[in-house]
Every structure is written in C-alpha cells, then in structure tokens.
Design a protein around this ligand. Structure first.
Ligand SMILES: CC(C)(COP(=O)(O)OP(=O)(O)OC[C@H]1O[C@@H](n2cnc3c(N)ncnc32)[C@H](O)[C@@H]1OP(=O)(O)O)[C@@H](O)C(=O)NCCC(=O)NCCS
Length: 158
C-alpha cells in the first residue's frame, strides 16, 4: 500500500452503506443503522472513513462519547489515578475494513486517528468492545487492556 494515497476524512454523506462490506454482518449492520438514524448531535460523534485508492471507502470507524463505564473495575495496568468513579471516555463505536484491504494497516491507522482525536479533545481513555477473541489479541497488540473477562477494552490516551 502506498500510505500517501490513504485519506482519512469524515464519511461523505452520499456514501451508500450497502456498497461496503467488512465481511462481518454485525459490524456492517451497525454502519447501516448509524447512517439511517443520525446520532444525537450533542454527543461527540465522528465517523472517519479511509479512502486508500480510487475514492472508494475501504474502511470506516465511528467515535462517540462513552457515558457509563465503571471505572472502579479499570485494569490496574493502565496506571491511571481516578478522582471520580465515572469519567468521560471516547469510544470506538464500530470499525470495519473491506476484506480486500485487510492486514494493510488501515485498521491500525483508523485507531491511530481515534487516539489523536481523543487526545486533542482532552480524553484520557479510549474504549471499545471487541467482537471476538482474535480481535482481543489484535487490540491488545495495539495497546488496549481487557476489563476483566469481558470484551470491553480500554487504552490510555494520555
Ligand atoms: C478488525 C479490522 C478492522 C482490522 O483492520 P485491518 O486494516 O485489517 O487491520 P491492520 O492491518 O491494522 O492489522 C491487521 C491484523 O490482522 C492480521 N491480518 C493480517 N492479514 C490479515 C488478513 N488477510 N485478514 C485478517 N487479518 C489479517 C495481522 O496479524 C494484523 O495484525 P498485526 O498488525 O499485529 O500483524 C478488520 O479485520 C475488520 O474489518 N474486520 C471485520 C469487522 C470487525 O470485526 N470489526 C471490529 C469489531 S470489534
């Protein structure tokens, strides 16, 4: 992949969700629902799309404000002192890359964008829910820590 060709930008409103498949029905349905029912504009909500070539969307990610995480159960490995039980966190609501573009770093770059946006907005925590055990490993390799035995994962932004 020529990294210089990769453009990460807000998802174009003319984007047809039906034209995109990550190969995971659950994730693709989330994208369709998201586009069909626009989110509450008062919440932070950003959709980032990756266009590596030909102006075609090959990956996407939606970010939102996570309101209710129980920080009493935060993994100690994060090493973050919390003054309050609840703290706003930035959540990766969903993430998908087309099968043709798997394993070329698109997912990692999208998550890197989440980190950067979260940092800019002053969040200390980035969180997501992993779909399966393979993805737990993937996100762990990128710096996320699992909360107990749940699929919830948390990474320290700053
Ligand atoms: C999870 C997902 C977004 C990762 O995107 P990606 O662009 O393939 O991710 P990356 O290129 O950054 O990394 C892919 C990892 O998968 C592995 N991989 C490599 N080639 C692969 C391939 N052809 N297919 C699947 N995984 C592959 C690599 O081990 C790599 O890990 P590494 O960087 O530690 O070596 C993508 O697999 C996807 O869309 N899956 C279906 C939808 C989904 O499950 N979304 C997440 C819900 S929590």
């Amino acid at each position: 992949m020529n990294a210089n060709l990769l453009v990460l930008s807000p998802l174009d409103s003319s984007f047809q969700a039906d034209s995109f498949s990550s190969g995971e029905q659950v994730i693709d349905r989330q994208l369709r629902d998201y586009l069909a029912f626009p989110p509450n504009p008062e919440l932070i909500d950003v959709t980032v799309a990756a266009y590596p070539a030909d102006d075609e969307v090959q990956g996407y990610m939606a970010l939102r404000l996570a309101l209710r995480l129980n920080y009493g159960q935060l993994p100690k490995a994060l090493g973050i002192p919390f003054d309050q039980k609840m703290e706003p966190a930035l959540e990766v609501a969903f993430l998908g890359v087309t099968q043709a573009w798997r394993g070329k770093g698109l997912g990692r770059r999208l998550l890197g964008t989440a980190w950067a946006l979260g940092k800019e907005a002053g969040f200390r925590i980035l969180t997501l829910s992993a779909l399966n055990d393979r993805l737990i490993q993937y996100y762990t390799s990128l710096g996320f820590v699992r909360v107990g035995y749940s699929m919830r994962m948390i990474a320290r932004i700053q």
